[in-house]
Design a protein around this ligand. Structure first.
Ligand code: 3HC
Length: 286
C-alpha cells in the first residue's frame, strides 16, 4: 500500500511539528486534527512560525511555504480527519486512558487497511495496540522535540506488529528525511528515553542535593559532553510533567532505581513545568 494521506491527531507541541514535517518534507497530504478551534489555530500558527524560520534561513522558498500550508488541512471532526487517511499518527496528551479511547474510536472510523501509529514517549505499544482491532497494523512512532529539526525516529514494535508495518513506517519516515531506528521489543523508555531520562533525573538530583547551581550543571554538560543544551534547560524545554511521567514509567516497568527526584515531583506539584508555564529551572517569560 502507498501512503498518500496522513492524519495527525493532536496539534500540540509534537503534533504540529509531525504534521509540518509530513507535509513540508514528505510532501504528504495531512489532516491535522484537534478537539477545539483554539488548539488547531495554535498548532497552525506554530507551523507558520517554524516555516518562516526555514524561509528566513533560505532552507525553503516562499513557494514551498505556500505549498506546505496547502497540504495541511486543519480539521475538528475526527471522522472527517481519519476516514480517508492511509496512516494515522496519534499525538494526543500522554495519558493511557485518553490514548486508548482515541485509538479505539479511530479504529472504528479508519479505512480497514489503514495503519495506526502512536507518538507515545513511554506508554506500552502493545497496550495501546490492544485498544484497536488491528494490532498487526499498529506500532510506536516516536519523534523527538523539535520534530522539524531532530533527525531520529524510533519505530517501536508491539507484540503483534507485523514486519510489513515496520517496513512501511521505515519508508514513510525516510520520505520525511528522518533517520529511523527500529526498537525490536516493546520496552519502557524505548532507547533514547531509557538513557536520557535517568540522566535528566540525576541533573535534578544534583540541584536537590545542593551540589551545584542549575546553570553550572548545564554548563558542565554542555561544555563537558557537547550537548546542545544542558539537561535542566532540556527538562524545561520538554516539560517537567512529561519528564516525571516518563521517569515513573521507567520505575514502574523496569526498576525502582529509576525513581524520580523529589525536586522534580515538587516542581510539578507547584506548576513549575518549564517553558510551557513560563517557569521551571529557568525563567522563560523574558
Ligand atoms: N522550526 C524551525 N527551526 C527551528 C525550530 C523550529 N521549531 N526551533 C529552532 N529552530 C532553529 C532556529 O531557527 C535556529 O536556526 P539557526 O541556528 O540557523 O539560526 C536553530 O534552530 C537554533 O535555534 P535557537 O537559537 O532558537 O535555539 P537553540 O540554539 O537552543 O537550538 C534546538 C534549539 C535545536 C532545540 C537545540 O537546542 C537542540 O538541539 N536541543 C536539544 C534538543 C533535544 O535533545 N531534543 C530531544 C529531546 S528528547 C525527546 O524529544 C523525547 C521525548 O519523548 C521526551
Amino acid at each position: 500500500m502507498e501512503v498518500r494521506k496522513i492524519a495527525v491527531l493532536g496539534a500540540g507541541l509534537m503534533g504540529h511539528g509531525i504534521a509540518q514535517v509530513a507535509a513540508q518534507v514528505g510532501k504528504f497530504n495531512v489532516n491535522l486534527r484537534d478537539i477545539n478551534q483554539e488548539f488547531l489555530d495554535h498548532g497552525m500558527s506554530m507551523i507558520k512560525t517554524s516555516l518562516q524560520r526555514f524561509l528566513k534561513k533560505g532552507v525553503i522558498t516562499q513557494k514551498e511555504v505556500d505549498e506546505t500550508l496547502k497540504r495541511i488541512h486543519p480539521i475538528l471532526d475526527l471522522k472527517e480527519a481519519v476516514s480517508d487517511a492511509d496512516l494515522i499518527i496519534e499525538a494526543v496528551p500522554e495519558n493511557v486512558k485518553l490514548k486508548k479511547s482515541v485509538l479505539s474510536e479511530v479504529d472504528g472510523l479508519a479505512k480497514p487497511d489503514a495503519y495506526l501509529a502512536s507518538n507515545t514517549s513511554s506508554i506500552s505499544i502493545t497496550l495501546l495496540a490492544s485498544a484497536t482491532s488491528r494490532p498487526e497494523k499498529f506500532c510506536g512512532l516516536h519523534f523527538f522535540n523539535p520534530p522539524q529539526l531532530m533527525k531520529l525516529i524510533e519505530i517501536i514494535r508491539g507484540a503483534k506488529t507485523s514486519d510489513e508495518t515496520i517496513s512501511l513506517l521505515v519508508d514513510v519516515t525516510k520520505k520525511m528525511a528522518k533517520d529511523p531506528v527500529v526498537v525490536k521489543k516493546d520496552c519502557a523508555g524505548f532507547i533514547v528515553n531509557r538513557i536520557l531520562v535517568p540522566a535528566l533525573n540525576e541533573a535534578i538530583s544534583l540541584v536537590w542535593e545542593g551540589i551545584a547551581e542549575p546553570e553550572d550543571v548545564d554548563k558542565a554538560i554542555r561544555l563537558g559532553l557537547n550537548w546542545p543544551m544542558g539537561p535542566l534547560k532540556l527538562v524545561d524545554y520538554l516539560g517537567l510533567d512529561t519528564t516525571l511521567s516518563i521517569a515513573e514509567v521507567l520505575r514502574d516497568n523496569l526498576d525502582p532505581k529509576y525513581r524520580p527526584s523529589p525536586l522534580l515531583r515538587q516542581m510539578v506539584r507547584a506548576g513549575l513545568l518549564g517553558r510551557k508555564t513560563g517557569k521551571g529551572f529557568y525563567d522563560w517569560t523574558k
